[in-house]
Design a protein around this ligand. Sequence first.
Ligand code: IMP
Length: 197
Amino acid sequence: MKLCFASRNPHKHREIAHILGDAFQLLTLDEIGCREELPETASTIAGNAICKARYVWQRYGMACFAEDSGLEVDALNGAPGVHSAHYAGIPPDTKANIERLLKELQGISNRKAQFRTVIALILPHGELHTFTGTVSGWITPVPRGEQGFGYDPIFQPEGHHLTFAQMSLQEKNQVSHRRRALDAFLNFLHNHPCIRR
Ligand code: IMP
């Protein structure tokens, strides 16, 4: 069974391919001939994941999953959340996003935050399923580490003394929000023989 992953983020492709292994034949957007931008017009993380998966299913008629993620900071009422990628403006700028977040948290002692991932899966006949994964942690006072992407240098997951950016891909993948959503997703796929390779 071929399954398209509706994302152009090479970091996510790497992380997801690493977790999925060879259980499924994962296709990229380029491989199915989709070169246009996918719509991300919803006001929630879940809404955006559904929007992207539905777009590919409707236009390219294939089973597909999309994911949308964001960082939710308690003291900022869940911001940047669905706006994580463009927190400091358009085009997305990781360094500026981190700078803005650290500035917003200046003088605030509550540094609690969580990453959230929602995966939306659309099966060949259009049936929709969603899977959520979260990981709680803290925003560090200064960035630490060079690995990963996005807010990784300032996010320290609960129970760990390293930020995501100080962890190897394997270490991050053991605890990450994306890993947890993928575990739920994989569990579902393995129990649906029609979509196995
Ligand atoms: P997307 O819209 O799902 O690509 O994610 C939105 C933004 O959330 C990304 O551009 C990153 O800034 C941030 N983000 C999502 N997942 C992660 C992660 O695993 N580490 C760090 N930042 C992330």
